[in-house]
Design a protein around this ligand. Structure first.
Ligand SMILES: [Zn+2]
Length: 462
């Protein structure tokens, strides 16, 4: 090839790489539409979600320290019903969904005045691929509720949006998804004690950590039911997804590396949030996943914190405009203002949309290969090209890998190139000084993994 031709070809390549961003290019980063996921999305039912929520609100209060023995009112009646309902889904799925009570004794804390037995209801759908079944995706909502004062264990605490809505999302996902098979394992969890300091989720996440479980992602759905905000804005076409940029469990050594090479917007949880937006918007028309680049709302927290602190990627789903006069309130009317988290305020078709967002993202991940491991740069030296390397995935159905990239100031991965079944690829003319890169694994059906952000290579010997 003469010099003119090679310069011309290099110029063509650069032109291709620098084409303006279009939706088509953005869509390239996510998986192809999968018929199984389209069916799951179509089977999620607002009518079922309404039945679940009316039942949960009907327990009067689900305060973590309310009655455990009363058959119709209190936390005990609530968890027994959730368990029975999940058992029914299990029977309908031919027994593949494994339902268990995760019971433990919670000692007193500064927010929890006395020792008590607490129960999470946990339904597990084991993965069907040997190489993937140890990879676990968790979706949770908290079934406990609260009114004010928080110490009142018997006042009416309907907890419709906070968080019968999230519990209903989890249960409806379990009902629909348990009829299908996924490569990886799904865990549908209704947790307790959220309002007293994330007690149920902390217990489960700590046990997972002790057992060294591979929790590839965790979603918490908390306050996903109201579409009319306290600000008067009605919005039934968006859900917020909160994700942290810097890992909660980052060590000092990891912080030093990050400060040296960048990546404060590229934690595993942030990759997860990007993926959820792309996967869900591919299956839902006229519904937007709004990413919020922080761990949670200002100064607040949720069950995902328990997972983040233990090094598991996790995000929070919350409605776009909350109504603060509803949350954690005694049900009453005062000076013409209605207080209380009542069922009349929630929007069942909207909650079904939130469940579809969760289900499409979770199904996409669980059908896809694991995010590639060992992703790194071949060299930490200054270069005009960028050479990425990674380890081969173990799954037998992996067809190849995709490199995604963006300029450092862009919020989303908006460029992608399929590089075949390789473990190294050179991005010509793209410097790692000016771009961020990540690598996805793709299977034979076109299911794409969450992108893996590179770690720097070990320092070359001096
Ligand atoms: Zn909540």
């Amino acid at each position: 090839m003469n010099r003119f031709v090679s310069v011309f070809l290099a110029g063509m390549l650069l032109t291709v790489l620098r084409m303006p961003v279009t939706n088509a290019q953005q869509a390239q980063i996510s998986s192809k539409p999968n018929p199984q996921i389209e069916k799951i999305v179509s089977e999620i039912s607002a009518a079922n979600i309404e039945v679940i929520m009316r039942k949960l609100v009907g327990f009067g209060t689900r305060h973590t320290l309310s009655s455990q023995g009363d058959p119709v009112r209190g936390i005990g009646a609530a968890w027994r019903w959730i368990k029975e309902e999940m058992d029914r889904y299990s029977r309908e799925s031919g027994g593949r969904l494994i339902v268990a009570e995760d019971a433990f004794v919670q000692p007193p804390t500064n927010r929890f005045p006395r020792e008590a037995k607490l129960v999470n209801v946990v339904a597990t759908l084991p993965g069907s691929q040997a190489e993937s079944k140890d990879r676990i995706y968790v979706v949770s909502g908290h079934y406990d509720s609260i009114c004010s004062p928080f110490s009142d264990t018997d006042c009416d605490a309907p907890g419709a949006s906070d968080d019968a809505s999230g519990t209903a999302v989890v249960m409806e996902m379990a009902r629909v998804m348990s009829k299908y098979q996924f490569d990886a394992t799904l865990v549908f969890m209704a947790v307790t004690g959220e309002e007293q300091g994330l007690l149920g989720s902390t217990h489960w996440a700590e046990e997972a950590k002790k057992k060294n479980l591979n929790i590839a992602a965790m979603f918490t759905n908390d306050i996903v039911g109201n579409t009319l905000g306290g600000n008067g804005v009605r919005d039934n076409a968006r859900i917020r997804v909160f994700s942290e940029g810097v890992p909660s469990n980052e060590t000092e050594a990891e912080a030093r590396v990050r400060q040296s090479v960048g990546g404060e917007n590229d934690s595993p949880s942030r990759q997860l949030a990007h993926y959820i937006k792309e996967a869900a918007e591919a299956y839902l028309n006229n519904f937007e996943v709004t990413l919020v680049f922080r761990r949670d709302r200002y100064g607040r927290g949720g069950d995902h914190n328990a997972f983040l602190q233990r090094g598991y990627p996790a995000v929070r789903f919350t409605e776009p405009n909350e109504d603060f006069t509803r949350q954690h309130q005694r049900v009453r009317e005062e000076n013409g203002i209605k207080y209380g988290d009542v069922i009349e305020m929630v929007d069942f078709p909207y909650i079904a949309q939130v469940a579809r967002v969760n289900a499409s993202a979770m199904a996409s991940m669980a059908l896809a290969p694991a995010a590639p491991s060992g992703v790194s740069f071949k060299s930490s030296r200054q270069e005009y090209n960028t050479v990425l390397t990674w380890k081969p995935n173990a799954e037998p159905d992996v067809a190849g890998y995709r490199i995604v990239w963006r300029e450092t100031y862009q919020p989303f991965w908006h460029r992608g190139v399929d590089v075949g079944n390789a473990t190294e690829f050179t991005m010509k003319g793209l410097s790692k000084d000016d771009h961020f890169f990540a690598v996805q694994a793709i299977d034979k059906d076109g299911n794409a993994s969450v992108p893996s952000f590179p770690k720097p290579p070990p320092r070359p010997p001096r």
